[in-house]
Design a binder for this molecule. Structure first.
Ligand code: ASP
Length: 335
């Protein structure tokens, strides 16, 4: 009798564990940038346009994963859409540098084999995420910059465009505003980024596919009014982008200098790998405690190997969306 009770209890406990650890068939999270995004500054039309774009991007990625496609394909196709959408600071909607140019950065990482590819400071590649993936798949390298990255991209058949393709009036006006604010502060350029009123707008995707593979990608125009070929965290593997099947896939957005210094994306995975943290605890510790203490504004999206999703941010808002197989999607902007 006693033995039967023990057996019964063991079965219950095994069943409960199985339920808790059962991973969804797929999971995907994306962001369209974090920053000073306040409802009071948003028109209903603009809000609706952002929500629609986030929704459409999510559908592109979800359809790939739902039909058994690869995490890497879901990351690339979702980011392609976001890069072509002028609402976001990546591809078409990239922000302007101090010299009035668009210099873009992107990174791509495949968690199944830890292969990575990245480009930075590119000016004529229509979709920098495509170039980042090509560095991973078609070169012996991980990170290419500037003109070399452009020549490589062209050599593998990636679309280039005249730099004028990236002109949008809104981003141009944003540069003029940033310059005026800088002048008013008497700032000579040693501190190019004000802490207020920057809606960063980078895009990123992290996902888990039905084979259990993770992948992440990030693409950005960087920060408005950047100088001296400044490169942010987005294309730096381990800072703004990271993926490892053993832990999680992560894409960051925010004030890149801080994400670079504290290797944020890798830190999330390292906490899980070495300390046994849950994804949620790692996100809380890095985004909501460490970055806040250091003054680093921004957030990230991440998906772990069990399909858990987090989207923490310490700024006013973050354009974000996520979906898991069998669950309702979330599409959000504000806190
Ligand atoms: N992290 C990006 C950078 O510093 C900006 C962003 O996320 O919007 O270049």
């Amino acid at each position: 009798m006693k033995n039967n009770i023990y057996l019964f209890l063991i079965c219950i406990s095994l069943m409960t564990n199985a339920c808790q650890t059962k991973r969804p068939a797929y999971a995907l999270a994306l962001h369209g940038g974090a920053g000073t995004i306040l409802k009071k500054n948003m028109t209903p039309e603009k809000e609706a346009a952002y929500l629609q774009a986030l929704n459409e991007a999510l559908t592109i990625g979800e359809n790939i994963l739902k039909s058994g496609g690869k995490a890497t394909d879901a990351v690339e196709k979702t980011i392609l859409y976001l890069e072509d959408c002028p609402l976001f600071n990546a591809g078409k909607g990239a922000v302007f540098t101090f010299e009035g140019k668009n210099e873009m950065d992107a990174a791509f990482m495949d968690g199944s084999n830890q292969k990575a590819g990245a480009v930075c400071g590119v000016t004529n590649i229509k979709n920098p995420i495509r170039a980042a993936r090509a560095v991973l798949e078609k070169s012996q390298h991980v990170f290419l910059s500037g003109r070399g990255a452009e020549i490589f991209a062209q050599s593998v058949g990636i679309d280039t465009v005249p730099p004028a393709y990236f002109f949008t009036q809104e981003r141009w006006d944003g540069l003029q505003k940033a310059k005026a604010a800088e002048q008013a502060k008497g700032n000579s350029g040693d501190l190019p980024f004000g802490k207020t009123d920057y809606k960063f707008g980078t895009v990123g995707v992290a996902c888990l596919d039905q084979m259990g593979n993770l992948a992440a990608g990030t693409s950005t125009g960087g920060m408005t009014n950047k100088r001296w070929n400044r490169i942010g965290d987005a294309p730096v593997i381990g800072a703004g982008t990271y993926a490892d099947n053993a832990t999680a896939a992560v894409s960051c957005t925010g004030h890149g200098e801080f994400f670079l210094r504290y290797t944020v994306a890798r830190d999330i995975c390292a906490l899980m790998e070495y300390k046994g943290s849950t994804l949620e605890a790692a996100g809380e510790q890095i985004v909501m405690k460490k970055l806040v203490e250091k003054g680093g504004e921004g957030g990230l999206i991440a998906v772990d190997k069990n399909g858990n999703i987090i989207m923490p941010f310490n700024s006013e808002g973050m354009y974000r969306a996520c979906v898991k197989a069998g669950e309702a999607r979330k599409v959000l902007i504000y806190k």
